[in-house]
Write a protein that binds this ligand. Structure first.
Ligand code: PMP
Length: 363
């Protein structure tokens, strides 16, 4: 049988492994930071009508500039943004890939700060961009001084900051982002996939956009909007950035069905986002309960919690899977990551975890 290595594949892809979250269909899936709350049925009907209308002209290519969707996304984000500031693609993964195609590439480098979202380095290799690993401060935090030191030391073409960071949950402060921007000569990308789960009133990197044409804030409808299956990610930046991305995107990359579905979902933004508060409550509950069980959860502004103090993470992962619960074993020594579920799912996870680790709540 032919294997990958028998093919004349690019040398820089030899020996790499693809994105690897296991795809297990089990009753309680808390492994890929999805929104575990389905969208309301009334909203689903609105989305179906919008898609049905789009089908009637599906013989034509879609609006290549997806102006209606960009306008709706700008309205959703606020901060005086307009359609010219917005770009979108099939998931923020594709947005990030287009950014790397335009601003990274062979002979260029991207600086990231592991442990962070694994696709950042995978997209770097897919686009032939050299990945440079910076280091975080204690407790996975990132001070302005540390980030500036890494930028000065490595002089990257692109800097990836992830706030709140997957898998640690830790946010990157506005001061750190500002300092990174001032120190970098290249693009600074802030991946805010989980922004809506941050505490109320905390500023987004969107507040820094005016006057900073090398800053990009990337967002997604996959998480807070409960729209992971539809594949809609987007960014806000200076209009010149979207001009750059037009050079690398495939024409008509956002299908008419995707545009119709996303537009209808944005019309119902308040209902789509209604579960965010509940998810934050479950996340905060995980932080308290995991600590009470004697684990060390890291502070999280996302819809997930990374916790340490696990003697044998792989065994705990498998024991939970046997009970119909999947969480994430990232291969980090002593650590596992769990997505905040519904109240019922979160309870089931905490109960099963206490059972399989033989721990009980400390008084
Ligand atoms: N950024 C981060 C930090 C993520 O965790 C994820 C998904 N897990 C994404 C981007 C990509 O999400 P999507 O492509 O669904 O928008």
């Amino acid at each position: 049988m032919t294997s990958l290595n028998d093919l004349p594949i690019r040398d820089d892809l030899r020996g790499l492994t693809p994105y690897g979250a296991p795809e297990s269909r089990v009753p309680i899936a808390l492994n890929v930071n999805e929104n575990t709350h389905p969208i309301p049925e009334s909203v689903a009907h609105g989305i179906i009508s919008s898609i049905a209308a789009a089908i009637l002209s599906i013989n034509r290519y879609p609006d290549r500039e997806f102006v209606a969707l960009r306008t709706a996304l700008a309205d959703y984000l606020g901060h005086d943004l307009t359609a010219e500031n917005i770009w979108a693609a099939n998931g923020s993964n594709e947005v990030l890939q287009q950014i790397m195609q335009a601003f990274g590439g062979p002979g260029r480098s991207v600086l990231g700060f592991p442990p962070t979202y694994s696709m950042h380095s995978i997209i770097a290799s897919g686009t032939g961009t050299r990945w440079v690993s910076g280091e975080r401060d204690a407790d996975f935090e990132m001070s302005p001084a540390t980030v500036v030191e890494w930028i000065e030391r490595t002089d990257p073409d692109v800097v990836f900051l992830c706030s709140p960071n997957n898998p640690t949950g830790t946010p990157v402060s506005i001061e750190t982002i500002e300092a990174a921007y001032s120190a970098a000569r290249g693009m600074v990308v802030v991946d805010e996939a989980y922004s809506e789960f941050s505490p109320e009133g905390e500023p987004s990197a969107l507040t820094l956009l005016p006057g900073r044409e090398r800053l990009i804030v990337s967002r997604t409808m996959s998480k807070a909007f409960a729209f992971a299956g539809a594949r809609v990610g987007y960014l806000a930046a200076d209009p010149a950035v979207t001009d750059a991305l037009r050079l690398v995107r495939l024409p008509y990359h956002l299908s008419a069905l995707t545009q119709a579905a996303a537009l209808a979902a944005l019309e119902h933004a308040p209902e789509m986002l209604a579960m965010v508060d509940d998810i934050r409550t479950q996340r905060d509950r995980l932080l308290i309960e995991l600590a009470a069980l004697g684990f060390t959860p890291w502070r999280s502004w996302g819809n997930f919690v990374l916790f340490g103090g696990v003697d044998d993470p792989h065994a705990v992962f498998t024991d939970l899977l046997d009970r119909g619960i999947i969480i994430r074993d990232l291969g980090m020594p002593g650590h596992l990551r769990v997505t905040a579920g519904t109240e019922r799912e979160t309870t089931a996870f905490l109960t099963a975890l206490a059972e399989v680790t033989g721990r009980s709540r400390e008084a």
